[in-house]
Write a protein that binds this ligand. Structure first.
Ligand SMILES: NC(=O)c1ccc[n+]([C@@H]2O[C@H](COP(=O)([O-])OP(=O)(O)OC[C@H]3O[C@@H](n4cnc5c(N)ncnc54)[C@H](OP(=O)(O)O)[C@@H]3O)[C@@H](O)[C@H]2O)c1
Length: 283
């Protein structure tokens, strides 16, 4: 029997997951198709219930369904429950199990492509939305010594700092304001700077802007932009001007997808094949 797997979101047309996930299924000669399904919020319960069918392996979940999907599942793993969001659902014989692979994908790209170990280091995270939460949790659990969360909406940064503080590191919440002293101090002292905002994203309202200027980026830091389209974001160009090392968002995208693939299929994900397909799919 031919199997189905796919991604749900609203909208979903810009996703490149179908390209690199299909490449992985084909690599293993699996009789399975990866699709993109645009699901409106009011249709979510019915859609999720349909995933219990034996021909469905599971799905990836993206904006705006990552939190809403949780109440329709039979079980949620510890990581997804702590992150408060699910990006992968697995159909285990009619029971739906939720996982979150964003944190592990972020760390694997950081360590394998950024050659950076977070243990004992100082991190500045820009943003406090869904991806910032997964990133902050992953860094806290991996032993980062200090995590500063800078966000446009300070209240959100404070909420995230409270959650992360329970996991060990010293944490601080500050406004995302490069002209303010607290931001300058955090930026110039960090070893790792991560952009978890949508600033610099193609087709976004801040497409041409970097969240931080080159003069505030330490030359010895690693600058990691979760934005993967365009591959060279305004932030990464500023980082290169300051002499810092850089890492774009594409390896994370592929590694979080590779972890999902392994949950659905039980097979080892061909990450090099997936990365090549993902690079080719970017406009
Ligand atoms: N590479 C990957 O695998 C991967 C995975 C996940 C996400 N991402 C990328 O990461 C980015 C964030 O995704 P998300 O899911 O975390 O989004 P989200 O939950 O919607 O959060 C968006 C964040 O961006 C901030 N922001 C938006 N516009 C801003 C502006 N004009 N000035 C300052 N801050 C602004 C928001 O601040 P407020 O709280 O003030 O609104 C919030 O902190 C997206 O570009 C996404 O494509 C990449």
């Amino acid at each position: 029997m031919s199997k189905f797997v796919g991604i749900i979101g609203y909208p979903i047309r810009h996703s490149i997951s179908p390209v690199f996930q299909q490449a992985a299924l084909d690599y293993h000669s699996m009789n399975a198709t990866y699709q993109a399904w645009e699901v409106e919020p009011q249709s979510l319960p019915e859609f999720i219930n349909g995933l219990r069918s034996p021909d469905t392996l599971g799905i990836n979940v993206t904006v705006p369904h990552k939190e809403a999907v949780m109440s329709h599942l039979d079980r949620i793993d510890e990581w997804a429950a702590t992150a408060g969001a699910v990006n992968t659902v697995v159909n285990e014989g009619g029971k739906l199990v939720g996982h979150n692979t964003d944190g592990s994908g972020f760390l694997r790209a950081l360590e394998d492509h950024g050659h950076f170990s977070p243990e004992g280091r100082s991190v500045l995270i820009m943003g406090a939305g869904g991806s910032a939460k997964a990133v902050a949790l992953a860094l806290a659990r991996r032993g980062a010594a200090r995590i500063t969360i800078a966000n446009r909406t300070l209240r959100r940064a404070q909420g995230l700092a409270e959650l992360i503080g329970e996991h060990g590191p010293r944490v601080e919440a500050i406004p995302l304001a490069p002209s303010e002293d607290a931001f300058v101090r955090a930026a110039t002292a960090c070893n790792l700077l991560v952009n978890c905002t949508t600033i610099g994203m193609k087709h976004g309202s801040d497409e041409k802007r970097s969240p931080i200027p080159a003069q505030l980026i330490p030359s010895g830091a690693l600058v990691y932009d979760l934005v993967y389209n365009p591959p060279e974001t305004p932030l990464l160009l500023e980082a290169a001007r300051s002499g810092a090392a850089t890492l774009g968002g594409l390896p994370m995208l592929v590694y979080q997808g590779a972890a999902s693939f392994e949950f659905w299929t039980g097979k080892s994900a061909p990450v090099e094949v997936m990365l090549k397909a993902a690079k080719a799919a970017l406009p």
